[in-house]
Design a protein around this ligand. Structure first.
Ligand SMILES: CC(C)(COP(=O)(O)OP(=O)(O)OC[C@H]1O[C@@H](n2cnc3c(N)ncnc32)[C@H](O)[C@@H]1OP(=O)(O)O)[C@@H](O)C(=O)NCCC(=O)NCCS
Length: 376
């Protein structure tokens, strides 16, 4: 192909993909100074003007000329907004890469631009599959990939590399016959409040309180899956991992916070939302910080979560039909929460609850149906 004459202009009416030109040098240079860009992409750091010059006058034109890379400038509201490109398409399977400047983020620009590029890969380059890769933690990129129907996401430890350093990587792909639409739900964490507490998303600053709560003797005794000793790094990993539950449709987890001080009092979650056999079911789990126990914090939190779980998806809820809750037979406080919030004890699973010493406890199984909940 000739550059720039043969570079197709693609548009959806809002975003236009066009050939890059030397006029974009300043904007590319400026965009690449952005710390977010430097953190999540493989561009050189420090990013010099000569890097932008090389990218626009050699790398991009050569890709088109040699049929090895297809990069476009993204034009939005009459100005250069970013770059989207296809590369490594040998054998009809290739990769997509993209970035936009900070000023236009969060407006759907990248999703629109990437959709045009993916369609071009299938319709014009005759690719059968497009692969997306991102460093773990790049949630904006993952969300773009999710909105475009990229699927079967896997995490490859140390699979990515930037400037000679390895980092964990997400990889997902979309095939030519796949719908370019989200596969599954990406849950959100609504703020729910009642009785002096506020359920809100967990945040990094909760780590110390999470560590305190999860190091507590009683929590450690009943929740045998908790690392022991429970370090601050475990808390940080736990908080970072909660977004993955939302993005993969698996679970929604809240910080239970004091309505006045906003201090974390505990954690409540609904998980197994993607259950292989029943997508209308969910399990409730929780733990409380020791200084929050004995004042009905968990009962209030679970009540709020139940109401949210039974609210239809169209109305912002989790659309559940049935909730379950498990408590070790000797864990009276947990069984109390289940009963106080309307759950029915349906049975005892014998020796189903492991203890740290290698022995097993009976496990009480509770459930609650939307039909009976609505009647109460
Ligand atoms: C990734 C990037 C291209 C997204 O561009 P964008 O124009 O903001 O993308 P869109 O607006 O189409 O979509 C971004 C989505 O991510 C969401 N998002 C942003 N930050 C998020 C976060 N921390 N957690 C969850 N979602 C997040 C936005 O809300 C938006 O979703 P919505 O439209 O449903 O609200 C942009 O952030 C960027 O240039 N980052 C630096 C370069 C980069 O990371 N490139 C990708 C390398 S793999």
């Amino acid at each position: 192909m000739r550059f720039p004459e043969d570079v197709p202009v693609l548009t959806d009416g809002v975003v236009t993909l066009r050939a890059h030109s030397a006029d974009d040098i300043d904007r590319v240079f400026e965009t690449c100074q952005d710390p977010v860009m430097q953190r999540w992409t493989t561009i050189p750091v420090p990013y010099l003007r000569e890097h932008a010059v090389g990218f626009l006058t050699e790398q991009v034109p050569n890709g088109w000329r040699e049929n090895t890379g297809w990069s476009w400038a993204i034009e939005y509201e009459g100005a250069y907004a970013g770059t989207v490109g296809l590369h490594d398409g040998e054998g009809g399977v290739g990769e997509i890469g993209f970035a936009v400047g900070p000023a236009v983020r969060g407006k759907g620009v990248m999703t629109r631009a990437a959709r045009l590029a993916v369609k071009y890969a299938f319709d014009e380059l005759d690719w059968t599959r497009v692969i997306w890769r991102a460093f773990v933690g790049n949630w904006a990129s993952r969300r773009v990939a999710w909105k475009l129907g990229f699927r079967d996401l896997v995490t490859i430890p140390d699979g990515g590399r930037a400037r000679g350093v390895r980092a964990d990587e997400w990889v997902a792909s979309v095939g030519r016959d796949d719908e370019l639409e989200p596969q599954g739900i990406w849950w959100t964490v609504p703020v729910l409040a009642d009785g002096g507490i506020r359920l809100r998303p967990l945040r990094d600053s909760d780590a110390r309180r999470v560590q305190e709560a999860c190091s507590d003797e009683r929590t450690q005794y009943w929740l045998t899956g908790m690392p022991s000793p429970y370090e601050l790094s475990h808390a940080e990993k736990f908080i970072a991992g909660e977004t993955d539950g939302l993005a993969s449709g698996r679970a929604v987890s809240w910080a239970i916070a004091d309505a006045v001080s906003d201090e974390l009092l505990g954690n409540v979650s609904v998980f197994d939302l993607n259950n292989r056999f029943d997508k209308t079911f969910g399990e409730i789990g929780y733990w409380a910080h020791p200084d929050a126990r004995g004042r009905k914090v968990m009962t209030t939190a679970v009540r709020l979560v139940i109401a949210h779980a039974f609210t239809p998806v169209e109305e912002g809820g989790l659309g559940r039909r049935r909730l379950v809750l498990h408590a070790a037979a000797e864990n009276t406080a947990s069984a109390y929460v289940a009963e106080a919030t309307g759950f029915t004890l349906v049975g005892t699973e014998r020796l189903a609850s492991p203890r740290r010493d290698g022995t097993y406890n009976n496990l009480l199984a509770f459930d609650l149906l939307r039909t009976e909940y609505a009647v109460v």
